[in-house]
Design a protein around this ligand. Structure first.
Ligand code: SP5
Ligand code: ZN
Length: 345
């Protein structure tokens, strides 16, 4: 297992997110990636390298130009509104819901903040763009190294990516690292790529990016959106559209589901993956399915993740793992590395 590590990740360090009318400390913190890195080193699981050369073309393949431009300049605009803003994170307060226009681009920074986002839980900070861009480089390099012959690679980066769509942030995500990895594989000639999202939350951003495409299959196992974030997407009847009809598979599970139910869904998911004979697999690796996760509702134990890795390996595909959620900070390292070790054995 080759790990590509984004050593710029801590440049994104949100202070607070909106929850039940209050600003509470962010769950998505730099220590998450630090624990994974520490555990990888402790167990000597493969080599750890820095991402290679990268230009923004790989981001533009997945994200809209006006969204990328917004992210690049957002912090400077935020501070220009009021020098005191340098001490506080930017959060959106206005959203263009049904009936409003989303083709306009208001001069107001607050209005554009809402145009390009879908929740008030994803603070934008001084280093968000730098961290997210380095994360895209990390995912890109993980895909490139796979093409150069690695059996499996791991993009160890944050902020996570799977909630970010072509032109929106949310769910702690800004650039969709898994989508960038999948598109990089496609652009290098891999005919069909499967993305398997095992984060607790539905990967709405990744689904939206590939929804009308047959060349990238998307499958997600997640908490039932009737009760779980992101609520408005991730239902079983979302099967893809146009050329992509039949290439999107959602496997929602009730809050409280245990590993045996989760593993049955994994086997269903992997059957669907095998059916399209992909040339490579991208795994959105969230560890918030863990019993101790503070914002989630499944009950997987640390040892279960070894089995998850072994099950994924049996797909027999070149595989890029991309780090997503997982907020039991002290355990996220062991849980992530258990998946990778189970895969490698
Ligand atoms: C990548 C990822 O896992 N994003 C998840 C975003 C979830 N945002 C909503 C969090 C809701 C927090 N609920 C707190 C419950 C405390 N008991
Ligand atoms: Zn999650």
């Amino acid at each position: 297992m080759l790990t590509l590590y984004n050593d710029q990740h801590a440049l994104h360090h949100g202070k607070t997110e909106m929850f039940r009318g209050e600003l509470v400390p962010c769950f998505e913190v730099p220590a998450r990636a630090d624990y994974v890195l520490q555990e990888l080193k402790r167990r000597g699981l493969g080599t750890i390298e820095a991402p290679g050369a990268f230009d923004d073309a790989a981001i533009t393949r997945v994200h809209a130009p006006r969204y990328i431009e917004f992210l690049r300049l957002a912090w400077a605009e935020w501070v220009a509104l009021d020098p005191a803003n340098a001490q506080r994170d930017a959060l959106p307060s206005y959203w263009p819901i049904r009936g409003f226009r989303s083709d306009v681009l208001p001069a107001s920074f607050a209005a554009r903040m809402g145009l390009f986002s879908f929740d008030a839980g994803t603070p934008l900070t001084a280093g968000t763009w730098a961290a997210a861009r380095a994360g895209a480089a990390c995912a890109f390099t993980a895909a490139r190294r796979l093409l150069q012959g690695e059996r499996a690679t791991f993009a160890l980066t944050r902020p996570p990516g799977h909630h970010a769509g072509a032109d929106f942030f949310g769910g702690y995500c800004f650039l969709n690292n898994a989508a960038i990895a999948a598109q990089t594989l496609r652009d290098a000639g891999v005919q069909r790529v499967a993305v398997l999202d095992i984060d607790y939350h539905h990967g709405n951003g990744t689904q939206a990016i590939f929804y009308e495409r047959a060349d990238v299959q998307f499958t997600s196992i997640h908490g039932d959106p009737h009760t779980e974030y992101p609520y408005y997407l991730g239902y079983a009847d979302e099967r893809g559209a146009g050329a992509g009809l039949g290439f999107n598979h959602n496997l929602p599970l009730a809050r409280g589901s245990d590993f045996s139910a989760w593993r049955a869904a994994l086997h269903t998911a992997l059957q669907g993956v095998a059916a399209v004979k992909p040339g490579a697999l991208v795994v959105s690796l969230g560890l918030d399915t863990f019993v101790g996760d503070p914002i989630s509702g499944f009950t997987l134990q640390s040892a279960d993740y070894l089995q998850v890795g072994a099950d994924l390996a049996r797909a027999g595909l070149p595989t890029v793992f991309v780090f997503e959620g997982g907020y039991a900070v002290a355990e996220v390292g062991v849980n992530a590395v258990n998946v990778l070790e189970g895969f490698a054995q």
